[in-house]
Design a protein around this ligand. Structure first.
Ligand code: ADP
Length: 186
């Protein structure tokens, strides 16, 4: 049974693809964005700190993500991780969480690319339905900047050191899922 980690800019469809893959392989979809949004509904100190950052498009600290994720990961066997690792420090956290995994269970990296116009269009149409605080054009710019500065180096790491599958996220979700199935069989 395989484990996956999935990367893509905001609006690239990484959450959608992660859901499709979790159903295909019957593995748990762990979305750190969902976990953080859920945690932020508790209005204690940690919850308020999280919403103060994510609602403004900023990443939460590596320590915070560790706290929220650790409990969740322990509950499940195989998984697809959506939104983690997002910084180089988080690569080390992931490695230590899975130190004892046999080589064949080491996560495979899925890397979705998408153009700025695709991303903008999708986030704008999603914001009419979902009403997330971080979906305005202005906040989207911050999320993109965070992604390029902090997550692109993480992607470069996995391209170099791990098995990876690159996909064109500008295509429809059916096409992307189909491409994934073809490439993961290769
Ligand atoms: P997207 O990838 O489309 O921006 P997500 O739902 O994955 O959406 O994440 C939403 C927000 O949650 C991010 O902008 C960030 O503030 C926060 N977040 C999620 N995962 C992490 C992480 N691993 N480290 C720091 N912040 C995170």
């Amino acid at each position: 049974m395989k484990n996956y980690i999935i990367f893509g800019p905001p609006g690239s469809g990484k959450g959608t693809l992660a859901t499709q893959i979790s159903e295909l392989h019957n593995i748990k979809h762990i979305s750190t964005g969902d976990l953080l949004r859920e945690r932020s509904t508790q209005k204690d100190e940690l919850g308020l700190m999280i919403s103060g950052l994510i609602d403004n498009g900023r990443y939460v600290s590596d320590d915070t993500i560790k706290r929220v994720l650790e409990e969740e990961i322990k509950k499940h066997g195989n998984f697809i991780l959506d939104g983690f690792p997002r910084t180089t420090t988080q690569i080390h956290m992931l490695n230590s969480l899975f130190e004892n995994l046999p080589e064949e269970n080491k996560p495979i990296a899925i890397i979705l690319q998408a153009q700025m116009n695709t991303v903008l269009e999708r986030i704008r149409s999603r914001s009419k339905i979902e009403n997330r605080a971080d979906d305005s054009d202005q906040i989207l710019k911050t999320r993109m900047t965070e992604y390029l500065k902090k997550t692109q180096p993480v992607i470069n790491h996995y391209l170099k050191f791990s098995t990876s599958i690159g996909l064109d996220g500008n295509k429809t979700k059916e096409e992307v899922f189909n491409d994934f199935q073809i490439k993961s069989d290769e």
